[in-house]
Design a protein around this ligand. Sequence first.
Ligand code: SF4
Ligand code: SF4
Length: 262
Amino acid sequence: MKALCQRSASSCGACCGLYNLADHSEAEVRRRLDARTDALAGVPRTADAVRAAAAALRQDGPVPLFPSVRICPLLGWLDEARTRVGCLAHPAATGGPDLRDCGAYDLLTCEAFLCPSHAWLGEEEAEIVDVACADAHLYGLVVTDVPFVRAALEAVAGLAGARVERRHLDVDGFRHALRRVFALKQELEPGSEGLFGAFTPDRHGQPVPRSIDYPSMGRAPSPHDTLLTCIGADPRSGNDLDRLEVEVRCRLDGCARALPGA
Ligand code: SF4
Ligand code: SF4
């Protein structure tokens, strides 16, 4: 499978701390990437200079929402048009030296780490997420949450009566409709379980099963429980469950209607 970090249309920096701040909106994430890219642009590509620049950026940086995920000051824009997020210390970006030791982790950690989605996501699923998101913000929120991707695709298939395939995304209307479903991820409150994938560590670092506590709200489980649970659409996460349930239904219906041949 092609690596998930840099795809044809999308790129991700989630494990380098891209969303690990209270305001993880696209505008704020872009503003921080702009600032880092600008600050590092004139820095000589030596370990001492980059380490000093990283330290200065870290001092001005945001407080991590989740302390176990670091925010690396060397994550920035790889291209002039500022469409592709990635590591500015990687040899592919520096044009020579590998300076990843100067960031939030050591070089070996940066080189070796692959998030669990690399093992769990099939190639067609990865392509669907890449082509539907086609950006440097929504993509990372979606590709890191395999249960969410599967719940969304299964829900659309259930309504349309046909499996979603990569070729369907060549149709503009369907691609936009599927992006609307995935974009639920951009509309969650800070700290929502749905923001950091299916892996919410307990105090021993193990995943905590997610669920929505319907009885405490005096209501029956939603027919879209799987998807709503994946995005953490729970008042305990600060989200409005009823509003998100309506949004989920509306966006899934739109997507199912737009599925070619359905
Ligand atoms: S979270 Fe996964 S896909 Fe994203 S940059 Fe890290 S390893 Fe790559
Ligand atoms: S140095 Fe490591 S943590 Fe920092 S942006 Fe590069 S890969 Fe990510």
